[in-house]
Design a protein around this ligand. Structure first.
Ligand code: HEC
Ligand code: HEC
Ligand code: HEC
Length: 392
């Protein structure tokens, strides 16, 4: 039998001197975990929302939340946020999706959201505590273990930035200024009179007035802002397919998905019918006239495509009259330039989604340069809309 030699004895003594404290700590941790489990199992800890948090818990959670969003927003870069169209887009979605919890200037705190722990706070005094980058991360991802939800579509950072742009303005808004942002007036930018209300059945009229006009305008022309696409005079089948695509999440938008998901197919059909019958815009945008060189480049792309990059002519599919056009393909004439640019950029990044026909754009958009995108969008906004063939 071999007896351990002196070297082995020394090594095992050193080893046990180091392992003994670890064993002690491990035992302590196991005891704590078991204790914690017993406390939870006994049910004596109150998780009643009605009992609120102790001040120290409140302080600690807030500290943790600030630190977490500061760290997780490292590497986020903000786009310019002083664009009024971005603020308007954020404001209207705030009214639709956030006001029910956070309230709005000039109204009392919503009673139901006050029953949450933590309660959904009035945001106005709190915005200054956050950098725009941290706000972006918070609004995009929501806050775990509170009622604060994530943005409904994780693909649409541009929409989250629109919300951040609005939140920067919110502390300075009084009730009247808030209402001007979130409520379309019947005469605002209206160039033509909409169909008489009697043309709509009462349930559809109620949806239009409650849910659509504040963003898309009473005339369906988007309140004169590139924040919202024009719907008036768009093809019925495209409008319907699009509403259904938003509703099932195959077209990505944190703004339109919650709206569309709440509509029955019957109402969606009636809405598509309504907007397709509204007269299309005849006026030009109030923007300065575009550079004629860009406009000519846009006309070429729209009518001839870019043969060396194998891009087909847009009007082949987008019409109004083209060899491959279908009722399910959208008209682009008179649509807002900035909206068209945004959609083309989303197609390029694979973030737009869309109806079952959206794959047709996958071969088109990625081939276009930023200059070609702007040029063709400018062309379509200013192009005349020739009479289109009657729809079935
Ligand atoms: C279902 C209710 C609910 C909705 C809807 C909601 N929030 Fe919240 N939000 C909360 C709650 C609860 C908190 C508090 C989190 C905390 O303090 O830990 C919160 C916190 C916040 C904060 C951090 C404020 C601070 O400093 O404590 C911001 C900013 C915010 N929400 C913005 C929004 C925006 C923008 C929307 C709409 C897109 C929205 N919230 C929709 C419940 C909601
Ligand atoms: C809070 C503002 C808001 C509300 C409310 C709203 N929309 Fe929209 N809508 C938008 C925005 C912003 C877009 C562009 C979304 C995108 O980038 O995909 C849009 C896009 C659309 C499109 C796609 C247009 C196109 O050319 O592809 C349709 C159709 C539409 N909305 C219909 C409706 C209808 C019908 C209602 C009412 C039931 C409604 N919207 C309510 C803001 C709104
Ligand atoms: C092969 C047919 C086809 C061609 C060619 C084509 N498109 Fe499209 N495009 C579509 C279809 C279909 C859609 C609708 C996708 C959906 O239903 O979601 C679309 C959607 C779009 C949209 C989004 C419209 C909106 O309201 O959201 C833009 C912008 C667009 N196309 C621009 C272009 C441009 C610019 C060109 C030419 C460079 C072009 N398209 C060529 C079929 C085509």
């Amino acid at each position: 039998m071999n007896r351990p030699n002196r070297k082995t004895r020394i090594t095992s003594a050193v080893a046990s001197r180091f392992t003994r404290p670890f064993v002690k700590w491990a035992l302590l941790l196991v005891a704590l975990a078991a204790g914690g489990f017993l406390v939870a199992a006994s049910g004596i800890v109150s998780i009643k929302a009605s009992s609120g948090h102790w001040p120290i818990t409140k302080w600690f959670l807030r500290f943790g939340m600030h630190r977490s969003f500061a760290t997780h927003s490292l590497g986020v870069t903000r786009p310019p946020l002083d664009d009024p169209h971005l603020v308007l887009k954020g404001a209207t979605h705030y009214d639709f999706g956030c006001r029910s919890c956070h309230g709005s200037p000039g109204t009392r705190a919503p009673r139901i959201a006050q029953g949450m722990t933590p309660p959904a706070p009035d945001l106005r005094p709190l915005i200054a505590e956050w950098s725009p980058e941290a706000l972006f991360t918070l609004v995009k991802h929501g806050v775990k273990f509170t009622g604060m939800p994530a943005w409904p579509s994780q693909q649409r950072d541009d929409e989250v930035w629109a919300m951040v742009a609005f939140l920067q303005e919110l502390p300075a808004l009084d009730a009247a200024a808030y209402q001007r942002l979130v409520q379309a007036s019947p005469t605002e930018n209206a160039t033509i009179t909409a169909l008489e209300p009697s043309a709509l059945t009462p349930p559809v009229a109620s949806v239009v007035n409650r849910m659509c006009v504040n963003c898309h305008g009473h005339d369906g022309l988007g309140r004169g802002s590139s924040a919202f696409p024009k719907l008036a005079g768009q093809r019925r089948e495209y409008l319907l397919n699009t509403l259904l695509a938003y509703a099932d999440g195959s077209r990505h938008s944190g703004i339109m998905q919650p709206v569309a998901a709440g509509l029955s197919e019957e109402i969606a059909r009636a809405l598509a019918d309504h907007y397709s019958r509204l007269p299309a815009s005849v006026s030009q945008s109030g923007d300065p006239p575009p550079d004629p060189r860009l406009l000519e480049l846009g006309r070429e792309i729209a009518h001839e495509g870019v043969p060396e990059r194998r891009i087909p002519a847009c009007i082949e599919c987008h019409g109004p009259i083209g060899r491959r056009t279908k009722p399910a393909y959208p008209l682009l004439t008179k649509q807002r330039t900035d909206y068209l640019v945004l959609q083309l950029e989303l197609f390029q990044r694979g973030q737009r989604g869309g109806s079952a026909y959206a794959h047709l754009m996958e071969h088109v958009a990625p081939q276009l340069s930023p200059e070609q995108i702007r040029a063709v969008a400018l062309y379509f906004e200013s192009a005349p809309r020739t009479p289109r063939p009657a729809e079935p």
